[in-house]
Design a protein around this ligand. Structure first.
Ligand SMILES: [Zn+2]
Length: 406
């Protein structure tokens, strides 16, 4: 089983310099190799193999680019492998054509294939040395790769990928604890047992702060542009003229974004952890997030909740414990069906938060009813896949409104 652990690094000023140099060399090799590959194909219809490119590295070092010797050789080879994979992904139609790496990109990273050591309070990086670190979780198993990155806010991380030699646990065949969840905007997660997790609205809270910082940044950029024009310098090279004020404003914008992102990720892990702890199977409706994103008013709220990240984390946690994540087709009319008798209420509108079934008289909370239907549909799918499901309760018989746990 692979496991990734992200460790915060605290390099000294001298080590930051070395990391910057390493990043520069990796960027150079990526861009140089990409350039050669594109040219070889254009001019000679030749596709340069990864092996050809790797044999070029010592030639470059001995020739025009002796400073490449300062960088870790294996990290340089690694970037060629990444480029090779990026090409493969492009031809398999999984990704866009690989792009040149920019010096001013917000996040910069490079990877070591081996020779990294992790101790309780420090990490050894080849060519950099022992770097102070906060290792919040024990690193178990063999280290596969270590990716060193510098964020837009100037923080350093090492993402350590390990393989513990074990395989994923066998998924359980007898399921007794199942929950269906409906994903919403007022409440982010509505569970079939009636539990509602409110939408934390990270972005809305931080948006004002973010907007103020963005305005401050753009004012400074405009002023710098005006100075360039006045001095007759090309505006296109503006980034090279950026003074410390603009750099500072840009860091502040990046930090505001980072805070929102961190809070959201943290929330996703907490919610998915709890769902995973309490269940052997969680049923979730597949969402047409891209379709919903076209509705601009909904788009920000959806991006704010981060449903897809939540489901991704949930799936990983369920797999790690031998549980199931059941995706229920989004065209299944989970909202309109009465979860008690199965009658369909086609007249239901988005505004109806509660409704009473004309066939059996049960009054439903719209979202909980949907979650119960998703659960029932998920149980059917589990049974269809040959599993036995002995699940009782969990809100299969809906409680009357007012008695549900909210
Ligand atoms: Zn009914």
């Amino acid at each position: 089983m692979f496991r990734a652990t992200k460790i915060r690094l605290y390099p000294t000023a001298a080590q930051q310099d070395l990391i910057a140099r390493q990043l520069g060399c990796v960027r150079f090799v990526w861009n140089k190799a990409l350039d050669l590959k594109v040219a070889a194909w254009k001019e000679r219809r030749e596709s340069l193999s990864i092996h050809t490119l790797i044999t070029m590295l010592p030639v470059w070092k001995a020739g025009d680019y002796p400073w490449l010797k300062d960088a870790d050789a294996q990290a340089l080879q690694m970037t060629l492998r990444h480029l090779d994979r990026a090409y493969g992904n492009f031809f398999a139609r999984r990704a866009r054509f690989p792009r040149f790496k920019k010096k001013h990109a917000a996040r910069q990273a490079y990877a070591y294939p081996q020779r990294v050591k992790v101790e309780s309070d420090k990490v050894f990086l080849p060519k950099i040395g022992w770097v102070k670190a906060v290792v919040h979780r024990e690193i178990m198993g063999a280290i596969k790769t270590v990716t060193v990155s510098r964020s837009a806010t100037g923080k350093y991380y090492a993402a350590v990928l390990t393989e513990d030699g074990r395989s994923l646990p066998e998924p359980v065949r007898h399921v007794t604890r199942v929950t269906g969840i409906d994903l919403g905007l007022n409440d982010a997660v509505i569970a079939s047992n009636g539990t509602k997790t409110p939408n934390p609205r990270f972005l809305r809270r931080s948006l004002k702060n973010l907007r103020r910082k963005q305005q401050s940044l753009s004012r400074k950029v405009e002023a710098a542009k005006a100075r360039c024009v006045a001095a007759g310098r090309p505006v296109a090279d503006l980034r090279d003229y950026f003074g410390s004020n603009i750099a500072k404003a840009r860091r502040q914008v990046a930090r505001a974004h980072e805070r929102v992102r961190d809070a959201r990720t943290d929330w996703q892990h907490k919610v998915s952890r709890q769902l995973a702890c309490e269940n052997q199977a969680v049923c979730v409706e597949t969402l047409n997030v891209q379709g919903m994103m076209k509705n601009r008013r909904l788009a920000r709220a959806i991006a704010d909740v981060g449903w897809s990240g939540l489901v991704t984390h949930l799936e990983a946690k369920m797999q790690a414990q031998g549980g199931h994540l059941v995706r229920v087709d989004r065209f299944f009319p989970s909202t309109q069906l009465c979860s008690r008798c199965g009658a369909r209420n086609a007249d239901l509108t988005l505004k109806d938060r509660t409704w009473t079934c004309a066939a059996c008289g049960t009054t439903h909370d719209r979202d909980i009813n949907a979650a119960i239907n998703i659960r029932q549909q998920g149980i059917l799918q589990l049974k269809a896949a040959g599993l036995s499901v002995y699940a009782h309760g969990g809100g299969v018989n809906p409680s009357p409104i007012g008695m549900v746990a909210a």
